[in-house]
Design a protein around this ligand. Structure first.
Ligand SMILES: [Zn+2]
Length: 353
């Protein structure tokens, strides 16, 4: 049982992000864990697994796999005895690792993040007390229920326009998970009387220079978008069947678990390297069998080891049906996104010992 729960929590953890480039919705964890009807488990007033149900609903709603969310945590939840001690420990670790944001009062922050990033709020609350401040309400609310997410009002809070997202910020608290080490994917600051402030430490943030540009790419396998990743200057990404991540300054995207057998044989462990050089996204083929780029004017193979500047509409083909490209290049979506609850206790109980 505990093994099953921890596997689900691992799957949930993989979907947590405070990166403005990747978050597709923002939610207040203290509310979501108490949505008793989501799992019919009326015996438990609070359960962290309900976050998994909501993640599955968001993936269905967006018709995309691997959808990431921005989770805001009311500090009181860290000592809420309605959660198990293991659940409280997990949330604390997420907070320390900078995967979720902890602060004293979460409702207003959820709305602020939604507005700053231009993403929907996932909540059953209607926030009437904030309607004067956030004029887009109740537009941009998605209400989680047993049948999925219900749209409360059409649209989203609107495209992000705040200049605070064009800068990097530093918190004076050296142990700050979000703002001590300025990185391109850092969360948006809290605005207190228009002054950028650390949401966790309530301290004024220092301007640390311009935020480096970022490019978001989607992975599509056999017609279904299975996830997104972001490439930044000084943070290259290696994509492949099973790239080694030791010693690499950037990220790795592991495609292996998504691939059919023929694609597994074709695609190299480290197949392709992506770099952002200034504003230009560059692909470098490091594979054994080669990589193609599909442009509006035709398809061409990449020359091994040479940097190729990708156009906005270009799609990289690692193997037939295994593609990388800007998310808006991949329409159609995924009818059946995979569930983070796939390893839910009832199923995991069948696992050997
Ligand atoms: Zn801080």
């Amino acid at each position: 049982m505990r093994f099953g729960v921890s596997r689900v929590l691992d799957a949930i953890e993989a979907r947590l992000t405070l990166d403005p480039a990747l978050a597709r919705g923002v939610l207040d964890l203290a509310e979501v864990v108490r949505l008793v009807d989501l799992d019919g488990d009326a015996g438990k007033p609070a359960s962290l697994l309900r976050l998994g149900h909501v993640l599955d609903s968001l993936a269905q709603h967006l018709a995309e796999d691997g959808v990431a969310v921005y989770v805001v945590v009311d500090r009181a939840l860290l000592s809420d005895l309605d959660l198990t001690s293991n659940e409280r420990m997990v949330v604390r670790r997420w907070a320390d690792d900078g995967l979720v944001e902890v602060l004293a009062e979460s409702a207003d922050r959820v709305l602020e993040v939604a507005e700053l990033l231009g993403i929907p709020v996932i909540s059953r609350r209607m926030f009437p007390e904030y309607a004067d401040h956030y004029q887009w309400l109740p537009r941009g609310l998605l209400s989680p229920g047993v049948g999925g997410l219900a749209t409360v009002g059409e649209g989203t809070p609107g495209p992000p326009t705040s200049p605070v997202l064009t800068r990097m910020w530093r918190c004076p608290e050296p142990a700050c998970a979000g703002f001590a080490r300025p990185t391109g994917g850092q969360p948006p600051p809290r605005l207190r009387s228009a002054a950028p402030t650390c949401p966790r430490h309530e301290a004024r943030l220092a301007d640390f220079g311009p935020r480096p540009p970022a490019r978001v790419l989607a992975v599509r396998v056999d017609g279904a978008v299975r996830g997104r990743f972001v490439v930044r200057e000084a943070a290259p990404v290696v994509v492949g069947r099973a790239p080694a991540d030791a010693g690499s300054p950037g990220a790795v995207v592991t495609l292996g678990p998504l691939l059919r057998e023929e694609a597994m044989r074709w695609i190299s462990r480290s197949h392709l390297r992506l770099e952002l050089r200034g504003d230009a996204l560059v692909a470098i083929d490091t594979s054994t069998n080669g990589t193609a780029v599909r442009s509006p004017d035709g398809s061409r193979p990449l020359t091994a080891g040479h940097a190729f500047g990708l156009g906005n509409d270009d799609v990289i083909e690692l193997y037939q049906g295994v593609e990388l490209g800007r998310p808006n290049r991949f329409h159609g979506g995924t009818a059946q996104p995979s569930s983070v609850m796939a390893d839910a206790p009832t199923i995991a109980m069948k696992l050997p010992h």
